[in-house]
Write a protein that binds this ligand. Structure first.
Ligand code: 5MM
Length: 340
């Protein structure tokens, strides 16, 4: 496999001080997000929202790539430009979420597994014609004293690795996203234990499937206490998360782009900044947030075109704060700066 093109895509995605915007909510997920502002989820509204996000001025200063949903890949901006082309024109790499969502894992009560491998190579060929250059697949792990089971850890790792191998064969950079959920009242130590098991299994499976580590990106969750438990300081989150990554993620992986996973926007930024203050690591530590980038913008927009500029300012503000967090320069006082 010639990985020159893949590594060129990776280089564009990891460029400092940027991160990724995850705008790949499937229709059921975007319907939940729109419900929070009382908006109906129809194709027109979904296209209008993605237009607000993707045309935000100066977005490219802090965002190097956008993960799109399949539907968005085929839609056009207000001026008729296909969204993937618009992103390329702005110097932002377009990507696409290719998993088909999670289902209960048979014979493993409480565990889930992600589907979507059947026909994936054919779908990727279509997505490439539409302009996508990278892909994303998310596995989720529920946490309890007994979850996830060994079976769930193994099966999700296998699917992530098969997906990654198929992507690289089709010329796509795979983003490998194992998400340890924050639902529950578990401790940060329990999250750390699960995250370590999960990442160990994922990299073992990636090796077995001969995935080229230099031509992939990791999108993990941070090590956090369950949302029903006590909050942890950014310093504690950073220590636990980086310690687990250093044990499990080979230095050949160019970038680690965290998901926000239900943290507040400011919390996700502060935690990323604390990690980048720990000193140089083998990989770039950046962001690939959906909710933590979009929430304030969605609240400003409320489905009204008259609010589009305010929504874009809110999005770009969050992206800028996270770009500073990637450099370890973010301070909460920066939230109030002019131009917000
Ligand atoms: C965990 O979800 C990913 C990151 O989002 P957050 O920063 O909000 O945690 C996100 O890319 C996710 O994969 C998409 O929103 C799609 O989710 P669904 O469940 O619709 O596939």
């Amino acid at each position: 496999m010639d990985t020159t093109q893949l590594q060129r895509t990776v280089a564009a995605m990891v460029q400092a001080p940027k991160g990724l915007l995850a705008a790949d909510e499937s229709n059921p997920t975007i319907a939940r997000r729109f419900a929070s502002i009382g908006l109906d989820s129809n194709e027109q509204n979904r296209r209008a929202w993605r237009d607000v996000l993707l045309t935000a001025p100066a977005l490219a200063d802090s965002v190097s790539g956008v993960i799109l949903y399949e539907e968005t890949l085929g839609q056009q901006a207000d001026d008729g430009t296909p969204f993937p082309k618009l992103l390329e024109q702005r110097g932002i790499v377009p990507g696409v979420k290719v998993d088909k969502g999670k289902v209960p894992l048979a014979n493993a009560p409480g565990d889930e597994v992600t589907e979507g491998l059947d026909g994936l190579a054919g779908r990727l060929q279509r997505y490439r014609e539409q302009g996508a250059r990278f892909a994303k697949w998310r596995a989720v792990y529920n946490v309890s004293p007994t979850l996830p089971s060994r079976l769930a850890v193994k099966e999700n790792a296998h699917a992530l690795a098969r997906y990654a191998a198929i992507c690289q064969n089709e010329g796509f950079v795979p983003i490998v996203e194992p998400e340890v959920l924050i639902d529950g009242d578990h401790t940060i130590e329990r999250c750390r234990e699960v995250t370590e098991q999960v990442l160990r299994a994922v990299f073992h499976a990636l090796d077995r499937q001969r995935v080229v580590l230099e031509a992939m990106l990791l999108k993990p969750s941070m090590v956090l206490p369950g949302k029903g438990g006590e909050r942890a300081t950014p310093e504690a989150v950073a220590q636990h998360t980086v310690a687990v990554l250093r044990r499990t993620v080979p230095a050949a992986v160019p970038g680690v782009f965290f998901l926000s996973g239900g943290q507040s926007p400011e919390e996700a930024t502060a935690n990323l900044a604390a990690m980048n203050r720990l000193g140089p690591q083998p990989w770039v530590l950046s962001f690939s947030y959906a909710r933590a980038l979009q929430e304030p913008a969605l609240a400003a927009w409320r489905g009204d075109a008259a609010n589009a500029v305010a929504a874009q300012q809110a999005l770009v503000h969050r992206a800028r704060m996270n770009a500073r967090a990637r450099e370890g320069r973010y301070q909460p006082a920066m939230e109030n700066e002019a131009g917000r």
